[in-house]
Design a protein around this ligand. Structure first.
Ligand SMILES: [Cu+2]
Length: 220
């Protein structure tokens, strides 16, 4: 309304040369006022009419996606339902995960494996990468070799989630929050980098088998 007032004042405060001229100037003032009201109805910006199509075709608002995984153990101990019953074959379930690029993904992993598996000295996989992480509710940026059991890693996306061993008879809870850029949609493989598999180097068996210590990641 302030805009209209200033327009009207500027127009009607001119000194008319005749009564007919005064009426004409007031009429112009009303037309200018009407145009100002129209512009305000489009959002009030100076380019309201030009902006309108862009607003109606804007991309959908990114959503938050929750994904839950369980880190299973290979021996017959711990809570029922978390065993793989295959010696040296720990697993993460479900093996495959799907989410959309641009979404905020909250990945919650309950790790039941209570045995640490150290990474080689100097490994980058002790450190959190590609998002933020809490371990049992506390902000965490790295997990030491004394505590690390597995990792959930997607190297192509710069994502690494070091998973802490479970307390005796329980589980650790890791919550990792991340967003994959829109131009990174595609198919990837997540894998574990601790040498937790069955061969002498710890990289065989479950480590080399999808659905166990690796799986598919589909970013739509
Ligand atoms: Cu592992």
């Amino acid at each position: 309304m302030k805009h209209i007032d200033s327009m009207t004042r500027t127009t009607t405060h001119r000194k008319p040369t005749s009564s007919a001229g005064a009426l004409r100037l007031i009429g112009v003032g009303l037309i200018v006022g009407a145009i100002a009201v129209t512009a305000s109805a489009c959002g009030g910006s100076s380019t309201g009419a030009a902006d309108a199509p862009a607003v109606t075709t804007a991309a959908p608002v990114a959503k938050t996606v929750n994904i839950d995984m369980i880190g299973k153990i290979d021996a017959d101990k711990g809570p029922v339902g978390t065993f793989t019953s295959k010696e040296h074959w720990p697993a993460m379930a479900p093996g495959d995960v799907t989410f959309a690029a641009g979404d905020t993904v909250v990945l919650t992993i309950k790790e039941y494996d209570d045995a640490p598996t150290a990474l080689p000295a100097g490994s980058p996989y002790n450190a959190v990468a590609g998002g933020t992480m809490t371990l049992d509710g506390a902000a965490t940026t790295t997990v030491s070799n004394e505590n690390i059991a597995h990792t959930f890693s997607i190297p192509e996306l710069g994502i690494n989630v070091p998973l802490s061993k479970a307390p005796d008879g329980g589980f650790s809870t890791t919550v990792f929050t991340f967003t994959v850029a829109k131009d990174k949609a595609g198919s990837y493989t997540w894998r574990c980098f601790t040498p937790c598999g069955g061969d002498p180097k710890g990289m065989g068996g479950s480590m080399a088998t999808k659905g166990w210590m690796q799986g598919n990641v589909v970013v739509s």
